[in-house]
Design a binder for this molecule. Structure first.
Ligand code: PBG
Length: 334
């Protein structure tokens, strides 16, 4: 700080901490359910809510059940959801054609959602891993994840999602050049208002474990994702990736995982002044849930604290599996 502060007892910091009213009055950051993007796992079938063991409280939903979740989101003041498909192994191929099938699970779900809940923003994931027999986000040839060929496939996937009515496209693949290719294709196809939220700084992280169970990719992945996702050691590289993706046409950027990467969130916000999101990923969710279930932490307290910390670190919004639980607390309708 540049300025002098009065010494004790002229200045007593505890004066402003004395009551909840005063603490709230001078609180520098505040959570709102409008800050949340709620990630939801979808699967084929009817009437299905299938628990994901490594993510207590999170289910895979058939599209009819997804509609109830969307309704719940609207009632709780959550303005955006993000879809992740659990794909049957029979639909996974080396070429990943199912990714751009206009009638695939995700695209059917988007159409259903936009028909019933036109005011709810629907975000999608753009990466090939749900459809890839090798479990990678890109096309694999001779054990290598190809960049440019993958980008061409991702463009097809993006256009199919935009045609279905997606509001926000979320490329999570970490290939080079994908944002420009997607933005150009969207403009050319007349999808001029589709938003791109780039997973710009996505790290090769151990915190994605439970997610890979949730989408059925755990047993499938050959090797790891270190040739395209970032090294957790790097900070400068994150800034260069964000700058690049913004130049290529991203409207918003994301840092992922969340809590262990708050330094990246703060730097991103300070350097670029653009809408900045963090993804509190499956492993972060699982850790909080597991400790709470053991009685080792107060789950609700830690949930709300962890979410508030994202705001303090400069994030405009948070992708979090806690979205409905936290929104209910914020709305005081538990
Ligand atoms: C795949 C994708 C992953 C997540 C979102 N999209 C996993 C991965 O990169 O392996 C992780 C989300 C989470 O852990 O909650 N493109």
């Amino acid at each position: 700080m540049q300025f002098e502060q009065a010494a004790f007892p002229v200045n007593r910091f505890r004066r402003l901490r004395r009551s909840e009213a005063l603490r709230d009055l001078v609180g520098e950051n505040r959570l709102s359910s409008a800050d949340f993007i709620w990630p939801l796992f979808i699967r084929d079938g009817q009437g299905i809510e299938e628990p994901i063991h490594s993510m207590p409280g999170v289910n895979r939903l058939s599209v009819d059940r997804l509609m109830f979740a969307a309704e719940r989101a609207m009632l709780l003041g959550i303005r955006a959801i993000c879809l992740f498909p659990y794909t049957d192994n029979a639909l996974k191929t080396p070429e990943c054609e199912e990714a751009w099938n206009p009638e695939n699970l995700t695209n059917r779900a988007i159409r259903g959602l936009k028909l019933k809940f036109p005011d709810l923003a629907v975000m999608t994931d753009v990466a090939l891993d749900p459809y890839n027999s090798f479990g990678h986000d890109g096309l694999v040839v001779d054990g290598k994840v190809l960049n440019d060929e993958t980008v061409a496939a991702l463009v097809r996937m993006t256009l199919a999602q935009a045609d279905a009515g997606a509001d926000i496209i979320g490329p999570s693949d970490m290939m080079d050049g994908r944002i420009l290719a997607m933005r150009t294709a969207l403009e050319d196809a007349g999808h001029k208002e589709v938003v791109i939220l780039s997973y710009a700084a996505k790290y090769a992280s151990g915190f994605y474990g439970p997610f890979r169970d949730a989408v059925g990719a755990s047993g499938v992945l050959v090797g790891d994702k270190k040739t395209y996702q970032m090294n957790p050691a790097n900070q400068n590289e994150a800034m260069r990736l964000i700058a690049r993706d913004l130049r290529e046409g991203a409207d918003m950027v994301m840092v992922k995982p969340g809590m262990p990467y708050l330094d990246i969130c703060r730097l991103a916000k300070d350097n670029f002044c653009v809408p900045t999101f963090a993804y509190q990923v499956s492993g972060e969710y699982a850790m909080i849930k597991a400790a709470a279930q053991n009685g080792w932490i107060d789950g609700e307290k830690v949930m709300m604290e962890s979410l508030l910390c994202f705001k303090r670190a400069g994030c405009d919004g948070i992708l979090t599996y806690f979205a409905p639980q936290a929104a209910a607390i914020l709305a005081e309708i538990r």
